[in-house]
Design a protein around this ligand. Structure first.
Ligand SMILES: Cc1cc2nc3c(=O)[nH]c(=O)nc-3n(C[C@H](O)[C@H](O)[C@H](O)COP(=O)(O)OP(=O)(O)OC[C@H]3O[C@@H](n4cnc5c(N)ncnc54)[C@H](O)[C@@H]3O)c2cc1C
Length: 412
């Protein structure tokens, strides 16, 4: 049996960032993942460092739009019909969290957690030689019609209540920033403080390499069970081998719920399935990630390809790709760039989502021997560095970088 100081269960961007942070405290760290770390959801996202994503998914506006959003096959949010019963408890909590008072409270907590995300990523990227992958061109929301521009303006004014820095652009101002976009009406909102990664998969590889160099032991096996024992937390792996650890960090993204349950906590975690299609090309048409506000997807310029990425499909962890969702992305992309042709590849990933859009970054209800770091939904890439700082403060019993009660497991 192996004994160690800290086991991190899950090697996505959250687990990897925590591993690197904890190695700096001189502790012995084991990272567990049956897959190559960083190649899941943390690889296929839109790459935005989205300090502007201050609003939770659940809001009073979404309640009004919900029937058309859920039952119109072409809407940016859909529900897998076969999963509707198992999703019901999550959806009920989501509706409650979408009410005005709850949504405003959640927005403030998310705003506080997002503060300085770009700065934190700049420092982290510097440490792991990833500076060239981080771009500071800002990010854009696109509105193709005057009426969606008007809705966008309301959305931006709402975000400005939380201190957001954003500018509205008319079609010719947009065209100066993005010469390949020629709108006859509508416009855009521009977030000059936004940043993005030109290859999230390469960034997670750099995180892994830096952790291994500092002594992190990576065990490519699946964890099956966790138990508290008198010697520490016992992690039993799929091959029946065991590890005893002083602290266990559960960072398995959308797969974390069963481990929290084994630790004694019920957490309403479900997966928001998201897709991407990629078009290989030398110059990927855009200077920064641009989000189609009407269609709910980003077009993100990545190294050697344009990634068209997003939409939400509520409904579990099955690996089956929805042809309809993929074709929604393809058709949407063609409406901006008619000459794109067929995509070079497609991908499905799982956003780990909590109904109030706030991650769980917290010690378990029974103590800091088990720590939760999952549920980052749409903004896990952005929030990885601050999550690692909070986890470090929980393990070392030091002051966290911000008040953390909003992210506690006690809220459920
Ligand atoms: C379409 C899409 C677009 C997105 N765009 C953005 C964006 O632009 N900006 C942003 O900030 N965020 C974005 N996100 C969200 C972000 O990608 C996620 O929040 C983030 O990747 C979650 O990271 P994670 O480490 O928690 O999970 P993951 O990356 O899913 O990692 C979890 C790891 O746990 C491992 N694991 C699972 N079960 C076990 C087990 N039993 N034992 C051991 N290991 C296990 C898995 O193999 C996996 O490697 C997007 C997500 C999607 C789907």
């Amino acid at each position: 049996m192996i004994k160690t100081d800290v086991v991190i269960l899950g090697g996505g961007v959250i687990g990897l960032t925590i591993a690197l942070k904890m190695l700096n405290t001189g502790r012995e760290i084991i990272l567990l993942d049956p897959e190559e770390p960083g190649t899941g959801t943390s690889y296929g996202n839109a790459g935005t460092i989205a300090e502007y994503a201050v609003l939770p998914v659940g809001s009073p506006e979404i309640i009004k739009k919900l029937p058309s959003l859920l039952f119109n096959k072409n809407s940016p949010i859909s529900v897998k019909r076969t999963e509707i019963l198992s999703l019901a408890p999550w959806l009920i909590r989501f509706l409650y969290q979408s009410m005005p008072k709850q949504a405003a409270k959640n927005a403030q907590a998310i705003t506080d957690l997002l503060a300085n995300s770009r700065l934190r990523w700049e420092e982290l990227a510097d440490q792991i030689n990833g500076k060239s992958l981080l771009n500071r061109n800002g990010n854009i929301y696109l509105y193709k019609t005057d009426s969606s521009y008007e809705s966008g303006l309301k959305d931006i004014n709402n975000r400005k209540k939380y201190g957001l820095n954003a500018e509205m652009l008319n079609p010719s101002e947009l065209n100066k920033l993005e010469p390949n976009l020629n709108f006859s009406e509508g416009g855009a909102s521009y977030f000059p403080d936004g940043a993005y990664m030109s290859d999230p998969g390469k960034m997670t590889k750099l995180l892994l390499d830096a952790s291994v160099k500092k002594g992190c032991q990576v065990i490519k096996k699946e964890a099956n069970r966790i138990d508290r024992t008198s010697e520490g937390v016992k992690v039993t792996l799929a091959d029946k081998s065991e590890i005893i650890t002083k602290h266990l960090v559960i960072a398995a993204g959308a797969y974390s719920k069963k481990f929290a349950k084994q630790a004694g906590d019920y957490i309403p975690l479900d997966a928001e399935r998201g897709y991407h299609v990629e078009y290989d090309m030398k110059d990927p048409l855009l200077n920064r990630p641009c989000c189609s506000a009407e269609n709910g997807f980003y077009m993100s310029p990545m190294t050697g390809r344009l990634r068209v990425v997003g939409t939400v499909e509520l409904g579990g962890l099955s690996p089956e790709i929805s042809r309809h969702r993929v074709s929604h992305l393809e058709k949407g992309a063609l409406s901006f760039f008619p000459d794109l042709g067929k995509p070079s590849r497609e991908w499905l990933g799982f956003r780990p989502s909590i109904p109030d859009s706030k991650p769980v970054i917290s010690q378990s209800s029974k103590g800091n021997d088990i720590i939760y770091a999952f549920g980052h939904g749409h903004i896990g890439l952005t929030l990885a560095p601050v999550t690692a700082e909070i986890v470090e403060s929980i393990i070392t019993k030091s002051k966290p970088p911000l008040p953390i009660s909003e992210f506690s497991v006690q809220r459920f």
